[in-house]
Design a protein around this ligand. Structure first.
Ligand code: HEM
Length: 401
């Protein structure tokens, strides 16, 4: 199985979404003959279902089932899934949510169920005992859970309409369980694969506590996503408890990494260690930010402020998820990362985040924006495109094969 090719496809989506993200920012600077919302739909679907899904599922195959005689069947699942992603890529920009894009998104969901069933079926009794696998299994269940969001959208659209609060909640449900559940828990699973390799797993008891805190944290912190509706005070408490549980779970994990750091550093290469530390710091910031978002005053101001929401989401996607994915793909030797592409990426990431967050704060306190703001944001987004393009291109250079 040519897993490197699969990862090149994932990186190709990463580059496409970076370019689409740049196009979205250029809308503020030049006249673009396209529909902004349609481009947002393309960008967000290809980001979550193209880049992150393809990268995670390839790592799952690599770590758990690559030695089993299932290549032929898996190839069928892989290429069917890719067909649905390319279908979304060519339909969303021109039609937004319409017949073909909905058809391909629905087929994608079915393909992801097919993958989950197929993957779980291959796991043997020994693998089932591993801490990493327990995380991966629950991550897959969070992915299945997230898909209730899109299924519910159909019903909500036809009965209540797209202006109903349930429409927004269904999208938030999907997003929440995609990134807090599926992505972050699967990434924890990959971290445990590394820990297990060097015999640094948590003790049985610590793992049980970590696992419970993490899962309850993911479930309860969903309530953060409904605070925009100003619900009953009990929802604020549940959301806050969810945030605290997630923070406590990662407290256990960070402590383990801290105490095993010398041994890990000896085993992992310097770029991988640095990428994982960066992703961990970004995760800590995210966890603190989400806890702040559970307070009624902050919840109101944040949910009504699109810049703060976008900066929070991209902090998680570009900082926590994509950086960790690059590290794990590199550690599995499925990609090569040119040395200087990382500082360029981090510059683009931190610069775009600072600018969007700054605008969010200005909107909040009622300040006025510099006339050059959108040029700066475009410039910073160009660095992201260049960095991701560089990583993508490097996979094809004969010296890196
Ligand atoms: C690589 C550079 C990226 C740039 C320049 C970028 C830029 C943008 C912009 C301008 C929007 C539209 C905001 C709006 O008007 O609603 C957006 C939305 C979105 N982006 Fe990105 N993005 C990037 C990467 C990513 C990545 C890596 C992911 C996920 C893995 C992602 C996921 C999303 C999602 C889910 C939305 C929709 C948010 C919503 O509807 O509330 N983006 N992005």
């Amino acid at each position: 199985m040519d897993l490197k090719k699969h990862v090149q496809i994932a990186l190709g989506y990463f580059l496409i979404i970076a370019v689409l993200g740049l196009v979205l920012r250029l809308f503020q600077v030049v006249d673009i003959p396209a529909n902004y919302r349609f481009v947002v739909h393309t960008h967000s679907h290809i980001a979550l279902l193209g880049w992150v899904y393809t990268a995670i599922t390839t790592l799952l195959y690599f770590h758990y089932v690559k030695d089993k005689p299932i290549a032929k069947k898996y190839r069928r699942i892989f290429w069917s899934t890719q067909l649905t992603i390319v279908g979304m890529l060519v339909s969303f920009p021109f039609t937004g949510y319409a017949f073909f894009s909905i058809l391909f998104s629905t087929l994608f969901l079915l393909a992801s169920y097919w993958f989950t069933y197929f993957f779980l079926k291959q796991i043997d009794a020994d693998q089932k005992q591993r801490q990493s696998f327990k995380l991966i299994r629950v991550a897959l269940w969070f992915m299945i859970l997230s898909s209730i969001g899109p299924w519910a959208l159909g019903g909500i659209m036809t009965t209540l309409g797209s202006s109903s609060p349930w429409y927004r909640n269904a999208i938030y449900f999907f997003l929440h369980f995609q990134y807090n559940g599926w992505f972050i828990v699967a990434l924890c699973g990959f971290l445990f694969v590394v820990l297990e390799r060097y015999k640094l797993s948590l003790s049985k008891k610590s793992f049980r506590v970590f696992f419970l805190l993490l899962n309850w944290g993911v479930l309860l912190s969903f309530f953060l996503s409904v605070l925009w509706m100003k619900p009953h005070p009990v929802f604020y408490i549940l959301a806050g408890v969810g945030g605290v549980l997630q923070l406590a779970a990662f407290g256990i994990l960070f402590r383990k990494i801290y105490t095993s750091f010398q041994r890990l550093k000896e085993q992992l290469s310097l770029p991988i260690t640095r990428l994982l530390i960066a992703s961990g710091i970004f995760l800590l910031v995210k966890l603190i930010a989400q806890l702040i978002g559970a307070f009624p005053e902050a919840a109101q101001s944040i949910s009504a402020n699109i810049d703060l929401v976008i900066s929070y989401l991209h902090w998680t996607f570009l900082g926590v998820v994509s950086v960790a994915l690059l590290a794990f793909l590199n550690s599995a030797k499925l990609i090569y990362i040119p040395k200087l592409s990382i500082p360029l990426y981090l510059f683009g990431f931190l610069a775009t985040e600072t600018l969007i967050f700054y605008k969010g704060i200005l909107v909040w306190i009622g300040g006025s924006l510099s006339a050059n703001y959108h040029y700066f944001l475009t410039f910073a987004s160009i660095s992201l495109v260049l960095a991701i393009g560089w990583v993508f291109m490097a996979q094809f250079s004969s010296k890196n094969r």
